[in-house]
Write a protein that binds this ligand. Structure first.
Ligand SMILES: [Zn+2]
Length: 59
């Protein structure tokens, strides 16, 4: 409860996101994964979190 994830958009530096929940359906025989999708309100950049861990570990 009350869990807040502080996100910052890597593109525009925005900190407001629209949160959506979704599923990545399997294309290769894996089970579907639940994902959290955060869409930047400023530029529309999409951050996807897979079971609480980002799959964008690029930085
Ligand atoms: Zn942004």
């Amino acid at each position: 409860m009350g869990e807040e994830i502080q996100l910052k958009c890597p593109i525009c530096g925005g900190t407001t996101f629209r949160k959506e929940e979704g599923k990545i359906d399997s294309k290769w025989g894996f089970t579907a994964h639940k994902v959290l999708i955060f869409i930047c309100n400023e530029c529309g950049y999409i951050l996807q979190f897979y079971k609480g861990r980002t799959i964008f570990d690029a930085d």
